[in-house]
Ligand binder design. Structure first.
Ligand SMILES: Cc1ncc(C[n+]2csc(CCOP(=O)(O)OP(=O)(O)O)c2C)c(N)n1
Ligand SMILES: [Mg+2]
Length: 540
């Protein structure tokens, strides 16, 4: 039995969105999208609003990443949509199922010069899986359902629809969409068998698992495959925490030793991009396991590249019937390297320096973070350190901007994380430069009672640019910020609270106050501008 729905365009859209599991919208007001607000308001569908559209899209992306369901941003016509484009592009690079619904000038007088009359599609098409204008209210549920099916189908990604004014304001009727019905794509069994034989027969195999393992709900299968074949596992992106740090096959620090000695590198659910030296691991053979054929790399020729449902592929790996080489010595060798690197890190994380070095901030943070805390990185060097010193204990708790590397995700990701996990610690690690992109959205967080902790590594510079520029030219320009600026006072003025910390011994108590505050709280840590992240050791 199909159900029919009636109402204005906003109501029809919302009915379809609910059927697909969308549970809130992130937005910044504009008259072109009022019917969507009207529909939400009348049915208690949560609306979170922001001070810049980029934050709405980043918040929607955080929901999509953390909850593995569609996230929704509603943006008004013209500048609302264009301000959201960096967010859409980040979602595209991250394969996040984000839907952006845009307002649009009226179609019936298109070309006459209506306010904000522009065609968004050519702008968003290259950074979405699907972009479409829906010209009638009756057609909105179908279009929403089709767009969300596309967004959720691996390889996932953002989609865009816009509704001309008269379409979204007029009344129509349609069939209620049934909701997502996705059938997993089965990988070619011969390719899977080839991959399994390569891993099982390798002397020194390594797994690198990325975001799609989490998004594709294949974390258990990853662990089973790694355990069955005794393969050490490194992770990146949303894959971090897929194996808990105490797992005997979980590695983070021994990456250089592992990759320079491996004979087979198995990269799962992440592209062979700059983070993974473009898939060039010297003599090692590469097995690239991806969730869709479109994700096979064009620039390298892997020894095997199964494409399809990651759960199925990893289960087949775990159940590989052939011979298995013993990898115990290899694992032990890496464990020695890992332990040595951890001991060095521990020293740095405890160092009593003046000014404070970023490592110490992470040392203190590790003492107060719960295992399920969500940590968010938005910045340059300060966030590279976060990647190095923080060890997510669970998957789905670490949000970095991904390979697009867009500064400004901070407050939007924080909003999405707080909405997703009302009772967990949410902590943003932010460069002082990065803070400039989104700190105004502390107002949105404070007003809507969404407390988060923000730790700013305040070195007074665009560190990740200043140090390399000096190294390259012997001087730098456009790389300085105001030293010791009081970002905590900004947050105080916006309805939150905070403090400045200049001494390492004050970090611990400040963090306690921050997590107890119940409002957005910024700890402005004055860090050493001379400290530069050692890039050459940053392999991923
Ligand atoms: C939107 C955007 N603009 C510019 C850059 C280039 N960029 C990358 S890191 C960085 C410096 C970040 O400085 P800060 O946030 O203060 O962190 P720090 O490196 O000082 O720790 C810049 C400007 C970028 N990645 N994204
Ligand atoms: Mg800085």
């Amino acid at each position: 039995m199909t159900e029919r729905i009636e109402g204005h365009g906003g109501e029809l859209a919302l009915a379809a969105l609910r059927a697909y599991g969308v549970r809130e919208m992130f937005t910044l007001s504009g008259g072109h999208v009022f019917p969507l607000y009207d529909a939400a308001h009348k049915t208690d569908f949560p609306i979170y609003d922001v001070r810049h559209e980029q934050s709405a899209v980043f918040a929607a992306e955080a929901v999509a990443k953390l909850q593995r369901r569609p996230g929704l941003a509603v943006l008004t016509a013209g500048p609302g949509v264009t301000n959201g484009i960096s967010g859409l592009t980040s979602a595209f690079f991250n394969a996040s199922p984000v839907l952006v619904l845009g307002g649009r000038a009226p179609q019936f007088r298109w070309g006459s010069g209506s306010l904000q009359e522009m065609d968004h599609l050519p702008l968003v098409a290259p950074v979405t899986k699907h972009a479409e204008t829906v010209f009638s209210a009756d057609d909105i549920p179908r279009a929403v359902a089709a767009a969300l099916t596309t967004a959720l189908t691996p390889h996932r990604g953002p989609v865009f629809l816009d509704f001309p004014l008269e379409a979204v304001f007029s009344v129509g009727d349609a069939e209620l969409p049934a909701g997502p019905q996705l059938s997993p794509l089965e990988a070619d069994p011969d390719e899977v068998a080839r991959a399994a034989a390569l891993v099982a027969g390798a002397a020194r195999p390594v797994i690198i698992a990325g975001s799609d393992v989490w998004t594709g709900d294949a974390v258990d299968e990853l662990r089973a495959a790694a355990e069955a074949l005794t393969v050490p596992v490194f992770t990146n992106g949303m894959g971090r925490g897929a194996l808990p740090p105490e797992h005997p096959l979980a590695f983070a620090k021994a990456r250089r030793v592992a990759l320079s000695n491996a004979d087979v590198v198995v990269v799962i659910g992440t592209p062979l991009d700059f983070r993974l030296s473009f898939g060039d691991f010297g003599e090692a053979q590469v097995v690239h396991i991806v969730d869709a054929p479109s994700q096979r790399a064009g620039h390298v020729q892997p020894a095997a590249a199964p494409a399809g449902d990651l759960r199925g592929i990893l289960t087949a790996l775990a159940e590989h019937p052939g011979d298995r080489v013993d990898h115990d010595d290899w694992v032990a060798q890496l464990r020695t390297a890992e332990d040595a690197a951890k001991a060095r890190d521990a020293e740095e994380m405890a160092a009593e320096t003046d000014p404070i070095r970023p490592a110490r901030i992470y040392g203190e943070l590790r003492k107060v973070l719960a295992r399920d805390a969500v940590t968010i990185g938005d910045g340059g060097d300060f966030v590279s350190y976060a990647g190095r010193y923080l060890e997510p204990a669970q998957p789905g708790t670490w949000l970095d901007p991904g390979p697009y590397g867009c500064l400004g995700t901070g407050m939007g990701y924080a909003m999405g994380a707080r909405v997703t996990h009302p009772d967990r610690q949410v902590c943003v690690l932010m460069g002082d430069g990065a803070a400039g992109f989104s700190l105004m959205d502390v107002e949105s967080l404070a007003r809507q009672k969404l407390p988060v902790v923000i730790v700013v590594g305040n070195n007074g510079i665009w560190g990740l640019e200043k140090h390399p520029m000096r190294a390259m030219y012997g001087y730098d320009v456009a790389a300085d910020l105001q030293p010791e600026l009081r970002y905590d006072q900004v947050v105080g003025a916006l309805g939150g609270a905070g403090e400045t910390v200049a001494k390492a011994a004050d970090l611990g108590p400040a963090l306690q106050r921050a997590f107890d505050a119940g409002v957005p709280y910024l700890i402005n840590v004055l860090t050493d501008p001379a400290d530069a992240y050692p890039r050459s050791s940053n392999l991923a």
